[in-house]
Design a protein around this ligand. Structure first.
Ligand SMILES: [Zn+2]
Length: 382
């Protein structure tokens, strides 16, 4: 509730030595001219003193009643309020403190205008007590402004984290909208999960517009905790991703092929036997040229490539297992498409060429390596 938040924010700067009932009594007298006996609902308690103190405490913790707020709004004393805030005895440092205290609620407040700004803020907070829909509208607006601000810094990262699907448990709304020209544009809001904490990366996530509105207006502690667990999973996945990308698959392949381009003939060891595996994997009658090419390249380069990969892997520049898995997946996918062996060979080679921008011959040689080491093609004799 805005009223409560503002009152609690200004108390340390305004009559800070006064206890809560005294503070509230003075405060109400500053802002409106309703006599004290009209502040309370007329139920006659045994001790008048404690009754009024209790009511004042209640105003402090949960705001004045709707009835009193309405009455206060009709009898506000703006000039009196501003004058009391800027009374000559009040020190600049206190006015500064007061301005800082209400900065989260109102833009452009300074020690010079803090009286007027605070008055408008309190008036707004009383209006919200009288008409609670105003509070909803304000909260939605504030959340939307915050979302827009956060999008610049975190937007693409958060969309990445949730795979462009609403982060709210149980919702599967896609967070990309297809435009008329066929391009897809991000369509989402950034939600602050725990309002009481700062909107840092750990405390925000991307959601759809519906979930955003619903959560802003109302959510239970259980719903908040669920969203916090989703956020934790998203952050864990991001950590895992960044570990892999430290030695990126593409980067690894690129390192291998670049090293290959630098190989000197006199440093190479050839296989001194026929690469027998090949015969089981390539139909030599149908693909004579391919079989010969692979045999030649494997005989000549298999050892060297293996050594290059081992060295790079030791230096953390080549994720061996990941690359092999990746090549295997690509090959399976092409096989499932019904491509011939020659076509698969060419496709993988061109894929490596696109990644590494190195001469296609080096790429061919590396594909031959992967045929011999079983990532490309399967045993056709089985
Ligand atoms: Zn949603």
């Amino acid at each position: 509730m805005l009223f409560k938040e503002v009152i609690h924010a200004i108390h340390p700067y305004l009559m800070k030595d006064a206890d809560v009932p005294e503070f509230m009594r003075n405060f109400i007298q500053m802002i409106c001219n309703i006599p004290e006996e009209e502040w309370y609902t007329k139920r006659d308690p045994s001790s008048k003193e404690s009754y009024t103190d209790a009511s004042l405490r209640k105003f402090y913790t949960s705001g004045p009643s709707k009835k009193l707020a309405k009455k206060m709004l009709s009898r506000l004393t703006k000039d009196n309020f501003i004058e009391s805030i800027h009374e000559p005895n009040r020190e600049d440092v206190v006015l500064d403190g007061l301005a800082n205290a209400i900065k989260p609620f109102t833009d452009g407040v300074t020690k010079e205008n803090v009286g007027a700004e605070l008055f408008e803020l309190l008036k707004r907070s009383l209006e919200e007590i009288v008409d609670p829909t105003l509070e909803n509208t304000r909260r939605e607006q504030e959340a939307r402004n915050k979302s827009n601000l956060l999008k610049g810094k975190y937007g693409s990262g958060l969309l990445d984290d949730c795979n462009s699907t609403c982060s709210m448990p149980g919702c599967s709304h896609h967070l990309q909208k297809l435009a008329d020209d066929g391009r897809s544009n991000p369509d989402y809001e950034i939600l602050v999960i725990n309002e009481k904490k700062s909107p840092s990366y750990q405390n925000i996530c991307a959601v759809c517009h519906d979930c955003f509105e619903k959560y802003i207006l109302k959510h239970t502690a259980k719903e908040r905790k669920e969203l916090e667990s989703v956020k934790k999973l998203q952050m864990d996945a991001r950590d895992a991703r960044s570990t892999i990308s430290e030695i990126d698959i593409d980067e690894g392949i690129k390192n291998v092929i670049e090293s290959l381009a630098n190989l000197k003939p006199n440093t190479m060891t050839s296989l001194n036997y026929e690469p027998t595996f090949i015969a089981n994997k390539i139909d030599e009658n149908a693909n004579f040229l391919l079989a010969e090419t692979v045999k030649n390249y494997v005989t000549k380069f298999f050892f060297s490539i293996n050594k290059v990969m081992q060295n790079l892997s030791r230096q953390n520049q080549y994720p061996d297992e990941l690359v092999r898995a990746e090549i295997k997946t690509i090959c399976n996918r092409l096989e499932m498409k019904g491509l011939s062996q020659i076509e698969i060979y060419e496709n993988i080679s061109r894929h490596l060429n696109r990644i590494t921008k190195q001469n296609i011959i080096y790429c061919n040689i590396v594909v031959c390596y992967f045929i011999q080491s079983c990532e490309v093609f399967h045993d056709i004799t089985q």
